[in-house]
Design a protein around this ligand. Structure first.
Ligand code: NAD
Ligand code: MG
Length: 392
């Protein structure tokens, strides 16, 4: 943590730390603004971006008066002083007054902004896990080379970060990510294959954007998170496990070499991991999370993943192990297949089929440069698109 940030946390500094928030109108974005409003002595939003929701972004801009506002999609009613086009993500992430960038964009579209912030030595509070799946090697190397901090917002990774609390890598035996299991946790395979959009959007424990909600129903989200954990914590894949925990109270476990296991717990709310990514390794007083009442929680249960019914988890982890462009292909094919499912042109079971085919045909593409990864990303999207067109 920079000296600048540390002093602001002590409340000794008159000027709060500037924060750029990418994806301000989304589920994580609006949660982040609630956190920033409560913590206005410590943090101030200096840049906000959104993809298409001009009205919501305008309301946020009126409330927080950031010095930079950017809208990606063309919009005639957008004020002339706003940044526009895909470049506005990098512009916001590079804002000179922002020491911290919260990347809450969904999908691979967030990658360049993360890299830009890291190159400038800023802290990136990363919700946009797809960034690490597409280019984990390059992103983590960029952070190291520029002395920049990459702090996860994902609740599982925040939990692991809190459990690790400065322990050395050789003290860690295993990471265990928890998964709610999603809405189809107990459904038979045939019923899952034909699940509707409405079925899949009913997440049992978390309120989130539609893409990650579908990813939670297929368990692709957990595959993305295993890859994310591999890169954020530098732990090999054979020491990262997943367990189903339907209540989403334990956000993940770390098992240490002496056999001790630490877990981080709390009522499901993204506001705590967002705040922690801003203040890490410190903690500050905050009342955003409901009071903890273990008796009211009732039982905590754990189950094995049903891999046969949820092939996306195995496909994604295998892509992670393959490396190269395979994780980027997995991610891009999934983004495209989920978009088609949400548009009603692909069945739920079709998501894993399309992603599996894309990995089979493109999974061995090279992935050693950013250009190669972006080509693989584009090829995978095209692969899924063209198949859907053939069949419709
Ligand atoms: P969301 O769909 O609610 O919001 C996405 C935000 O990104 C919006 O502000 C939108 O305007 C912007 N955006 C979308 N496409 C864009 C593009 N092409 N270019 C620029 N901006 C774009 O999504 P969310 O649920 O807030 O998730 C955001 C990220 O956080 C995802 O990577 C997700 O996996 C991750 N995440 C979310 C949660 C959660 O509880 N919602 C939890 C953990 C991780
Ligand atoms: Mg998560």
């Amino acid at each position: 943590m920079s000296h600048h940030t540390a002093r602001a946390l002590d409340g000794q500094e008159a000027t709060p730390v500037g924060v750029a928030l990418l994806g301000a109108t989304g589920s994580i974005g609006t949660s982040a603004l609630r956190v920033l409003s409560r913590q206005r002595d410590r943090f101030v939003p200096v840049a906000l971006t959104a993809n298409a929701n001009r009205a919501a972004l305008a309301a946020q801009a009126a409330q927080f008066s950031p010095s930079y506002v950017g809208l990606v999609q063309e919009c005639a009613e957008a004020p002339a002083e706003w940044g526009r086009g895909a470049d506005c993500l990098v512009e916001a992430a590079s804002h000179p007054d922002a020491a911290i960038v919260i990347n809450a964009v969904v999908g691979a579209a967030g990658l360049q902004a993360t890299l830009a912030a890291l190159r400038l030595g800023k802290r990136v509070a990363l919700a946009n896990k797809e960034t690490l799946v597409v280019a984990g090697e390059i992103v983590t190397r960029t952070a190291r080379e520029h002395g920049a901090e990459l702090v996860p917002v994902d609740s599982e990774h925040s939990a692991i970060l809190q459990c690790l609390a400065g322990r050395q890598p050789h003290e860690v035996k295993r990471l265990v990510l928890t998964a709610s299991g999603g809405p189809f946790r107990t459904w038979p395979a045939e019923r899952i294959a034909g699940a509707t959009r409405a079925d899949a959007l009913k997440h049992p424990t978390w309120q989130m954007g539609s893409k990650i909600t579908i990813d939670s129903a297929t368990l692709a989200n957990k595959a993305l998170e295993v890859i994310e954990a591999h890169y954020v914590f530098g732990v090999p894949y054979d020491r990262i496990d997943v367990v189903v925990h339907p209540q989403s109270i334990i956000h993940s476990f770390v098992e240490f070499v002496d056999g001790s296991v630490l877990a981080q717990m709390g009522v499901p709310s993204m506001e705590l991991p967002i705040l922690y990514a801003l203040t890490w390794p410190e903690r500050v007083p905050d009342n955003g999370v409901p009071a903890f009442d273990p008796v009211a929680l009732g039982g905590l249960t754990f189950e094995h993943v049903r891999h046969e019914q949820f092939p996306m988890l195995g496909l994604g982890i295998a892509a992670g192990r393959t490396g190269g462009a395979a994780p980027a292909v997995f991610n891009a094919a999934n983004e495209e297949a989920v978009a088609q499912f949400l548009a009603g042109t692909l069945s739920f079971g079709g998501i894993a089929e399309r992603v599996g085919q894309a990995l089979q045909d493109l999974g061995r593409l090279p992935g050693d440069t950013l250009e190669a990864l972006l080509l693989a990303d584009a090829a995978a999207r095209h692969h899924v698109q063209s198949r859907i067109m053939q069949e419709s």
